[in-house]
Design a protein around this ligand. Structure first.
Ligand SMILES: NC(=O)c1ccc[n+]([C@@H]2O[C@H](COP(=O)([O-])OP(=O)(O)OC[C@H]3O[C@@H](n4cnc5c(N)ncnc54)[C@H](OP(=O)(O)O)[C@@H]3O)[C@@H](O)[C@H]2O)c1
Length: 269
């Protein structure tokens, strides 16, 4: 990837996160295209990157193009860059709900396509990202996409049919975690803790637990067993969560969000 010319179209929240991740990895020579001039100047200055005069110019200069525009802007941008795309170009779209088939149909030509679904934690280079490859993409293309998104966190490669499940799980997941953190802090406040301290403790509890699991490779059930001593406080709390259907509620949330992702993809398509 280090010797590839990478272009990013749309440098808003996610485009900037991708740029930051690549910069952290020492990748240079990135070209961006951004419709908002103020934003474009900020990006150029902050990341010392070049800005193309337009999307078509970027497309003709780049070997890897990352589409980080909103889904509603995708069709127009694809139509704009299609004439400039060589068959060797790797096109990576992060637009939620836009299928590989829909993108290929708009382009009307054979290209190497990868679809990515990162999440908001990309802003902290801690994204959980799923990648799905289109028919034209070869193994080295997927490796390049993995390398790009590994610069933003952790990456898995899945068949595209599972993308709605990813959207409903790790895409929407940060909101579920926020709900849990808020509820945990509310629980502390209810038991008399000052709000500020309760929130700080709740955030650190989730962060520390996640790091333990991620860095030590421990299974969550095992860590839970280690914390829950016989007849102790934690098992009393867990019993209450189980009685209130906590796990079932989380699983149903993922199922509902997955269904909604499928519905929205149909409407968009
Ligand atoms: N945010 C997330 O958590 C998340 C997670 C997963 C996937 N995604 C996907 O990531 C994509 C980007 O989301 P975002 O939150 O980063 O959006 P965003 O902050 O609005 O960024 C998009 C940027 O592209 C610019 N733009 C619009 N049309 C353009 C064009 N024709 N050429 C060049 N630049 C153009 C926008 O400028 P204007 O403001 O002037 O339009 C904006 O600065 C979306 O497709 C979304 O589905 C986002």
């Amino acid at each position: 990837m280090h010797n590839k010319k990478i272009g990013i179209i749309g440098v808003g929240n996610m485009g900037e996160a991708i740029l930051r991740g690549l910069s952290h990895k020492g990748i240079t020579g990135i070209v961006v295209s951004e419709s908002r001039s103020e934003r474009r100047e900020y990006i150029k200055k902050t990341y010392k990157v070049a800005a193309a005069a337009g999307n078509r110019e970027l497309a003709s200069q780049s070997e890897v193009i990352i589409l980080a525009i909103k889904p509603q802007e995708l069709k127009g941008v694809l139509q704009e860059i299609a004439p400039a795309l060589e068959s060797s170009v790797l096109l990576i779209s992060i637009a939620a709900g836009a299928s590989l088939g829909a993108i290929a149909a708009i382009l009307g030509k054979e290209v190497r396509l990868v679809r990515a679904m990162p999440n908001i934690a990309a802003l902290m280079l801690e994204s959980a990202t799923a990648l799905a490859a289109g028919g034209g993409a070869q193994a080295p293309d997927i490796e390049i996409a993995e390398e790009i998104f590994n610069a933003l966190g952790k990456t898995v490669v899945i068949p595209e049919v599972l993308m709605d499940a990813v959207t409903g799980m790790s895409g929407s997941g940060p909101a579920y975690v926020c709900l849990f953190i808020e509820a945990l802090a509310d629980g502390g406040v209810r038991m008399g803790l000052p709000r500020k301290d309760a929130l700080a403790l709740a955030i650190q509890t989730v962060l520390g637990t996640a790091r333990l699991l991620a860095e030590q490779g421990e299974h969550p059930a095992h860590l839970k067993d280690r914390v829950a001593s016989p007849g102790g406080t934690t098992i009393a709390g867990i019993a209450e969560l189980e009685a209130k259907g906590f796990r079932g509620a989380v699983m149903e949330a993922v199922a509902a969000a997955t269904r909604r992702s499928k519905e929205l993809a149909k409407i968009q398509g």
